[in-house]
Design a protein around this ligand. Structure first.
Ligand code: BTN
Length: 347
């Protein structure tokens, strides 16, 4: 009933009387009061006024649960079927399990904490509670397995765009409050993509993406795009401290995790629909390149066959990084085998 009351309050612009709630749910006033108290404990700010009733003022601090995430998603199918866990091993592993049980295309699995979070190259992804976003998006595409790695770039674009819109909102609010120009205000930081799929703000990594795929006889059974975003200010272990940060730290403002997931799902669906038309990044390339931190910069390509440096030119339709070497050749760098470093540091 708690969630239904929340829905009702969310849909109403005015107070909803206790009597109305009692009648609607056929319960006592005490039951309504208890449910409202529960919602307050969850972090919702609900005003109760004698003779008028209850009003949802705002989803207060970081309310992070299924109801809040669902309310933030405005899509046809991406994220419409959602699961939320306070604690889980890995959302990627859970997504695979649910896929085998027949979960629908676009299902999203979100957790507040992971005990066995997985990173790329067999590393683990440290996933404490109350701070970050950990989600896995399950897709059941009918294209060729060779095209699946491009979905990681589609997700990177969606995350960058979503964070960017949070930053722009802050700018707009500052304009409203103190008249500062949103382009020159205090939040002039830039969200970027470090090819192929790390999200960086002010040069520090705030998000990583791990895409896993299940293939049978050349058919994709499912793809799981796992995304971890450092959101709240936090202390990182010494080995990550130099290059890692969080969105709140870098943009110096409160960020709602639920809302950010909603923005990502909305952006992802838009870009994924575009991607599916051609099965390439052709129509997303320009937008992706606008976020690409490496563009026109000298990069070091850590190829197992031998490292080399060059200037990153952008990406091709398959999401490979185009690197112009000293002898003028433009090489296409495939993300699977190599990683790229900035010449003077992480980016
Ligand atoms: C990286 O190494 O940069 C990728 C990290 C991906 C972490 C996310 S958190 C949600 C999902 N579940 C996992 O176990 N890993 C991914």
């Amino acid at each position: 009933m708690k969630n239904q009351i929340l829905e009702l309050l969310r849909d109403s612009t005015d107070y909803v009387s206790g009597q109305e709630l009692c009648e609607h749910f056929a319960v006592s006033r005490t039951a309504v009061w208890k449910a409202v108290e529960q919602l307050k404990k969850d972090g919702y700010i609900i005003e109760a006024v004698r003779n008028r009733g209850y009003r949802l003022v705002t989803a207060g601090n970081d309310v992070y649960n299924k109801a809040e995430i669902d309310a933030s998603i405005d899509t046809q199918y991406i994220g419409r079927n959602s699961f939320f866990y306070n604690i889980i091993g890995s959302t990627n592993t859970e997504a695979k399990r649910l896929a085998e049980e027949g979960a629908v295309d676009g299902t999203v699995i979100v957790a507040d904490r992971q005990t066995a979070g997985k990173g790329r190259r067999g590393r683990s992804w440290i996933s404490p509670e109350g701070s970050n976003i950990y989600f896995s998006l399950l897709l059941k595409p009918d294209f060729n397995p060779s095209q699946a790695p491009m979905l990681t770039l589609v997700m990177a674009l969606a995350v960058a765009e979503a964070i960017d819109s949070v930053i722009k909102d802050i700018g707009a609010n500052q304009n409203k409050n103190d008249g500062t120009d949103k382009n020159t205000g205090t939040n002039s930081c830039k969200v970027k993509i470090k090819w192929p799929n790390d999200i960086v703000i002010n040069g520090k990594k705030v998000c990583g993406i791990l895409t896993e795929m299940s293939v049978e006889r050349d058919y994709i059974q499912h793809v799981v795009i796992g995304t971890g975003i450092n959101v709240k200010r936090q202390k990182f272990d010494a080995e990550f401290a130099e290059h890692a940060s969080s969105v709140e730290e870098e943009i110096d403002s409160f960020v709602s995790r639920s809302r950010l997931i909603g923005l990502i799902m909305n952006a992802f669906e838009k870009h994924y629909e575009e991607f599916k038309k051609t099965g390439t990044l052709n129509s997303l390339k320009n937008e992706y390149e606008q976020y690409l931190v490496n563009i026109n910069r000298e990069v070091c390509v850590l190829d197992p066959k031998g490292e080399y440096t060059g200037i990153a030119q952008g990406i091709n339709d398959n999401g490979e990084l185009l690197v112009r070497t000293k002898d003028g050749k433009v090489l296409e760098v495939y993300a699977g085998e190599v990683s790229v470093r900035g010449i003077y540091g992480y980016v």
